[in-house]
Design a protein around this ligand. Structure first.
Ligand code: OAD
Length: 247
């Protein structure tokens, strides 16, 4: 699909020196990682997140929760960064590009970007559920299994938990503070592939705008962010960013 680059965006991209990019699941869709809310392909269509991505689920059935996250880790391990991830990495040679992502995958890093904030944690940063000690015990699965016992912490014997943030759980303050700082100190905020329904991430474009930044949305569908954006480009992450990023 060839989508012309709007001229006003071309000029913005070429001139702006400080750019914060807020990414969501749509950023990785063209890498084959399902989004959360897309009706037919979303992970949510097959599993109820309320059963799996909550502290309550972990307390009642840690092996079910651990198995689900290790299956997602396997899916991401087999995926490759797409043209959009690579375009953002390339852009960093021309401007101060800060990536703030809601994604728990590592496709930005594998494309060569330094990620300023993983707002919702990472599939690849498990830690002890008791003492918080980081663990290196990700066990990516090729095929889903219903249950997999999580390993024990070497230090205290507690269960190792996934490094993702769960619904109903406080977000760690450091990534949130970094994300807010990136939003409040940029000249351009690109919002790519997020439905803009999960806070506090969905509030970051508003913060950027209040601080004087231009907000541009790249998403094939309208979202909760669209109305606050200065420019909306209905294209995909891989197509849009590849055209937008300077060479
Ligand atoms: P969603 O699944 O809610 O939204 C995905 C967005 O990506 C939608 O707006 C799609 O239109 C868009 N999209 C689909 N394909 C795309 C493509 N190729 N290029 C660009 N955009 C595309 O995912 P998020 O907004 O990331 O949180 O969801 C936010 C949070 O909700 C997630 O981080 C997760 C979830 O619950 C936690 O797990 C805490």
């Amino acid at each position: 699909m060839t989508v012309p680059l709007p001229v006003e965006l071309q000029a913005l991209a070429a001139e702006t020196r400080t750019i914060t990019v807020l990414t969501g699941a749509g950023m990785s869709a063209e890498s084959g990682v399902p989004t959360f809310r897309d009706a037919q392909t979303g992970l949510w269509a097959r599993v109820d997140p309320a059963d799996l991505a909550t502290p309550h689920a972990w307390e009642s059935d840690p092996a079910l929760v651990w198995a689900w996250y290790q299956w997602r880790a396997g899916l991401v391990r087999r995926a490759q960064p797409n043209d959009g991830h690579f375009a953002l990495a390339r852009w960093a040679a021309h401007a101060d590009v800060r990536v703030v992502t809601q994604n728990v995958d590592d496709l930005h890093e594998r494309a060569g970007s330094e990620v300023a904030s993983h707002l919702h944690g990472s599939l690849f940063a498990p830690r002890c559920s008791e003492c918080g000690t980081p663990a290196d015990s990700v066990e990516p699965l090729d095929d889903p299994v219903e249950r997999l016992d999580p390993p024990d912490c070497d230090r205290c014997g507690g269960l190792i938990r996934p490094g993702a943030v769960w619904f109903g759980e406080a977000m760690p303050s450091e990534p949130l503070e970094r994300a807010m700082e990136c939003a409040q100190t940029c000249d351009l905020m690109l919002v790519v592939g997020t439905s803009g329904v999960v806070y506090p991430a969905a509030g970051l474009p508003g913060l950027a705008r209040e601080a004087g930044a231009t907000v541009v949305e790249i998403n094939p569908e309208p979202t909760g962010i669209s109305e606050q954006a200065d420019h909306v480009w209905r294209t995909t992450a891989a197509v849009g960013l590849e055209l937008l990023a300077p060479r």
